[in-house]
Every structure is written in structure tokens, then in C-alpha cells.
Design a protein around this ligand. Sequence first.
Ligand code: AMP
Ligand code: MG
Length: 328
Amino acid sequence: MIALGVESTADNLGIGVVAGDGRVLANVLDVHVPAEGGIHPREAARHHSECMGGAVRRALDEAGVNAKELDIIAFAQGPGLGPCLRTGATSARALACYLGRPLVGVNHCVAHVEVGRMATGAEDPLTLYVSGGNTIVSGYESGRYRIFGETLDIAVGNCLDTFARAAGLEYPGGPDIERWAARGEKLISLPYTVKGMDLSYSGLLTAVTAELQTGRHRVEDLCFSLQETAYAMLGEITERALAHTGKPELLLTGGVAANKRLGSIVRSIAEEHGAKPYVVPIRLAADNGAMIAWTGILAYNSGIRTPVESSHVNPNWRMDQVEIPWRS
Ligand code: AMP
Ligand code: MG
């Protein structure tokens, strides 16, 4: 069994080729970098449609696979930016129809968890998924990935990226903020917003940007304070969910999982609760096509198919709406 997976929920176009035993044969990435400002959905979608043909060809070449050897075509059906999702879905439908292969629509957030389990060997983790577009604490329970906590407004990665832009740092902001934060010394008081099990990052972003504009602080201290506050909020809800569920493992994934400070917070929480920590390697933690291909295989093997006529994308598709028959 060989699957091709199309990831196009936001600024990354990813094409993955994965075998039925979990071997990643290719994982091609084409990143759209906006000329200025944040992601413009239509411009990102144009980038994806321009790069699609080349990316599919590169992925097949890298995998050493002929298109006719593909058994299924999987695509990220949601959640994400509408124009970007539609570009990926259109290409996946075209490939599936041309090759006469089944199409499998995959939930992007579920795919992050599944490829994380596959890559690390974690079996039943509580997952902290932190990226440019999502901030979710979830765990498997009674047939679905239940959401224990999530952001009520912007994602933590979006908060980092937007602040980085205001501070004139590199895009995307996470890595550069991490470098500057390493030289920070002073903790500036910033809004710490945890509501029940959920989080809010928009007030933190507004406040740290306002502090930047006063010119009273070193950028190092602002980055340090932003990281400490943003990650402490994540740590609080993750720890509570871990204590509540008693899960034996704690998995950190999404692009923000590359952050060393967050990794150490997650490790210490896991240790405190006797859970085993896992951090997904960056190539599979950030948005990528292999995670879609792999989850497509799991779904297909459980009898899931997505007929072309009902393969419309769903920009607001929550992971807790998806049945997970391969784990029941
Ligand atoms: P994704 O949406 O999963 O592709 O992840 C992209 C997000 O990860 C962006 O918001 C980046 O700023 C963020 N990111 C990447 N590397 C780091 C890092 N070292 N620390 C914090 N955030 C990071
Ligand atoms: Mg993602």
C-alpha cells in the first residue's frame, strides 16, 4: 500500500508519499513566504497551485514511485484557510480521478497526532499541538480525539509570528524569538490568560506589542517575557489535562514543538506526573504531506473513503468531530 498525501491548509504546500508500514518515502515541502505582512489566503493558494505539479513530481521522484503505483490519494480536508484547502482538494480529486484511485479526506489536526504517534512510538498520549494556526490539548477517549483545552482566539504560533514582525525579526517568528529570548534577563509583566481549560493569546500579543512600542525594553527581554508567559499558559492547561486523564504519555507536536524552552516545560510536566514525554521531530511536527498520507492509510484501512461528490473542504472542521475507528 502506498499513499500520496496533500497538505495545503495554510502557507505550507506539502506532498508526502508513505508506505503502508509507515515508511516515509518522500516528504516534499514548498513554503509560501509573504512579501509583506501575514498570510494572505488567496496569495498562498496561488503559490500552492503554481507549485503543485512540481511538488507532486518531486515527491514521486524522491520516493522512486510511479504515479500508477499509488493506491490512495489523501488530502487535508480541514481545518484551514478556504482558498488553500480548495487548491489542495482540487489537485487531490484530479489525481484520484485520473489514476482511478480512492480519495480520502483527512482532518489536519488528527494527522498531526497520528504521525506523531507513528514517529515516536507513543501509543496513547495526551497531545499538545501548537502551530501557526492551532493550539490544542487533546487525547483519545471513546472513539474520538477529545479536546481538553484550546485557544479561544489566535494560535500561539500566530502570536509569536505577529510580534516578530512588529519587532523586525525574521519570518516565521518562532525561531528568531527563541534566539533573542536566550539573551533575555528581565521578566516583564504581561497578560496571562487562562480561562478554565482554554487560552487567549490576543491580549498578550497586544500588550507585548505595546511594550515594544514604548521603547523602554530590550528586545531580548520582550522575547524572553513573551515566551515565558505564552508557554507557562500552555503548561498550565497541559498539566491539568494530564492530571485529569492520567494518560501515560505526553506528546508535543506542531511547528512550535521545535522550541527548546517549551520542550523542557513539557518534559518536566511529564516527569511530575509519571508520563513519558515525546517531542515529534520537526520535519513531521510542522505541517507536512507525510502526515496526511499516513492518516489516509489508517482511515482507508478502516474502510473510510471520501467520494469526490462529497469531498468539499471544511475550514472549521474540529478534530473532535472525527470518528477514529482505527483506535477503537
Ligand atoms: P506549523 O503551522 O505547524 O507549520 O508551524 C509553524 C509555526 O511554528 C510558526 O508560527 C513558527 O513561528 C513556529 N515555530 C517554528 N520554530 C519555532 C521555534 N523554535 N520556537 C517557537 N515557534 C517556532
Ligand atoms: Mg498544523
